[in-house]
Design a protein. Structure first.
Length: 360
């Protein structure tokens, strides 16, 4: 039943955040009446539809927003998801952030981001504190590498809802289908008639991202299925050539590959840097793309830095982000459960860098 507040309407100081008391004072209603309406209990408390509508209109006009802390205390949830961004191998493409943000917004939740060193993430004491310090219900972890199975089991034991983005773990992670992408790029070139297809990546010592292994593995599988010999060419990781400021070691390496009598007629490039390097080397050798050499790369979108839109196997980061949000929502409800990895299929975006091979 709706009641009137004996307190007369009062003005609101400029810049002051409107509260339930502000709305009640503005309308001459009790705080209880306004609270019931804003919490969706108006009909249950037998408040007339007209009054409910007026309360909602006044709340909208005054710019009222519910107190997030109070709501979290009542619900036992913050209504927020944390994004823990590692410093090593920093990779936060715009499409990944867009996928995360849109999915969180659709759930009427909030995304809170923080950046920490990898050794902090590896400390099992970090995540329990992170949940409370960031005021979040679960965390998405975006780092260059995943965590050990023992570490993940410990997160389950501590009931910490955590999902890893773009790492090659067996559980609690979302990543693109890199093996499938390697197969897709190679099969596309084979269907055009190419047989001498080289896979070009870079020589990276030490621990690398799982995509380095998986993209090449997909390429090898597809080449072997077609009865073709796999051909891997790794570019130097650095560009400098001692005593030469007019040359790039990566371009020189790619140039050696393309200058061979039995040179490849097509290249699958690990990512954008390798694709641009091969394109530059081809130009120095007066090889035309795509008439003399076809190129497929892995990237977020079509890139034309070399003034050639390169055929691209898209790593679907926006879909990875959206799926990661769906998974963390499940983990929040079942933090002790190991959820199998979710692998998001890639797709090919046509460019202008591929055509059937010309005569030998």
């Amino acid at each position: 039943m709706e009641t009137q507040d004996p307190t007369p309407p009062a003005g609101r100081a400029r810049g002051q955040h409107p509260t339930i008391a502000t709305i009640a004072s503005e309308m001459g209603l009790s705080r209880a009446t306004v609270t019931h309406v804003l919490n969706g209990r108006g009909a249950q408390q037998r408040i007339s539809p007209e009054t409910q509508q007026r309360v909602l209109e006044v709340a909208l006009r005054l710019g009222y927003r519910p107190n997030a802390s109070a709501r979290a205390i009542r619900a036992g949830r913050f209504g927020s998801i944390g994004l823990v961004q590692a410093l090593r191998g920093l990779y936060l493409p715009p499409l990944l952030l867009d996928g995360l943000s849109r999915a969180v917004t659709d759930l009427r939740m909030h995304l809170v981001m923080t950046q920490v060193p990898d050794d902090v993430i590896d400390d099992e004491a970090y995540f329990p504190h992170a949940l409370s310090d960031l005021s979040v219900d679960g965390v998405l972890v975006n780092r260059h590498t995943g965590c050990s199975q023992a570490f993940i089991r410990r997160l389950h034991e501590l009931h910490i809802p955590a999902v890893f983005i773009n790492v090659g773990q067996e559980y609690d992670c979302v990543h693109p289908d890199e093996v499938g992408g390697g197969r897709m790029a190679t099969a596309f070139l084979q269907n055009l008639g190419h047989e001498r297809i080289a896979y070009v990546d870079k020589d990276e010592p030490g621990e690398t991202h799982f995509s380095v292994r998986d993209r090449h593995a997909g390429y090898v599988l597809q080449m072997e299925d077609a009865g073709c010999m796999p051909w891997r060419h790794s570019l130097p990781s650095h560009w400098e050539i001692t005593g030469r400021l007019d040359a790039d070691a990566r371009v020189e390496s790619a140039r050696e590959l393309l200058a061979r009598p039995d040179r490849p007629t097509a290249v699958v490039a690990y990512e954008l840097t390798e694709a641009i390097t091969v394109t530059r080397a081809a130009s120095l050798l007066s090889l035309r793309i795509p008439q003399d050499l076809s190129i497929v790369q892995f990237h977020d979108w079509i890139d034309d830095h070399s003034f050639i839109p390169i055929h691209t196997v898209c790593n679907v980061m926006h879909l990875v982000g959206a799926e990661a949000v769906r998974m963390i929502v499940e983990k929040i409800d079942r933090p002790e459960t190991a959820l199998p990895a979710r692998i998001v299929p890639m797709h090919l975006i046509p460019g202008a860098s591929c055509m059937p091979p010309g005569p030998n």
